[in-house]
Design a protein around this ligand. Structure first.
Ligand code: AMP
Length: 198
């Protein structure tokens, strides 16, 4: 299964992707995590991305599209993956479609975690307090405001993009964490009873 989790910063995409990874063996592919690892390792991409990420802006499309193209070609992504934080605009979505079409492949589903802006700041504050090793450089009120602006201007249009392609599903991302997982499994037709894909 090839899946995209859409939703604003702090919606719970990473948490839910990890749960799907554990229960169903789908690989979580988070461009944010990959970029943070590149920053930590001091690679060229990391050096290019560090300041952009800290202020809540988007890393150039060519960089993230290249990262994802390499990553989905790895053997562990063969049986399915969850894209978390990618695509983030229509150009990236089109690049992904072209990438998949080139392999004779397509997305199975896009699930939007629906969360109101007003609860995101407190979620980000909680995450900042709980992150082992200290908060992310962009988990603060100023960078969040920028990330939300970017989300509404560039990422939110993906809802219409995927709706028109008939693959969009919505989940209430404001209910409790286990309930969100249950809703996700339900809309995706996954079952935990067997611990594998239905
Ligand atoms: P995230 O962990 O998904 O919240 O991403 C953290 C930051 O990494 C974002 O605010 C961007 O600066 C950068 N980033 C992650 N994914 C992308 C993407 N698909 N396109 C552009 N920038 C990205």
């Amino acid at each position: 299964m090839k899946l995209i989790l859409l939703g604003p910063p702090g919606a719970g995409k990473g948490t839910q992707a990890q749960r799907l990874q554990e229960s169903f063996g789908l690989v979580q592919l988070s461009t944010g995590d990959m970029l943070r690892a590149a920053v930590k390792a001091g690679t060229d991409i990391g050096k290019q991305a560090e300041a952009i990420m800290a202020r809540g802006d988007m890393v150039p499309d060519a960089v993230v599209v290249g990262i994802i193209a390499d990553r989905i070609a790895q053997p562990d992504a063969k049986n399915g993956y969850i894209l978390d934080g990618f695509p983030r605009n229509v150009a990236q979505a089109e690049a992904l479609d072209a990438m998949l079409a080139g392999k004779g492949d397509k997305l199975d589903a896009v699930v939007e975690l629906e969360v109101d802006d007003k609860i995101l700041l407190s979620r980000i504050e909680t995450r900042a307090a709980q992150t082992v090793g200290g908060p992310r450089a962009d988990d603060n009120a100023e960078a969040l405001a920028k990330r939300l602006k970017v989300y509404h201007e560039q990422t939110a249009p993906l809802t219409a993009y995927y709706k028109s392609r008939g693959v969009l599903k919505g989940v209430d991302g404001m209910s409790d964490i286990n309930d969100v997982t249950r809703q996700l499994e339900a809309v995706l037709g996954l079952t935990t009873k067997k611990g594998k894909l239905a």
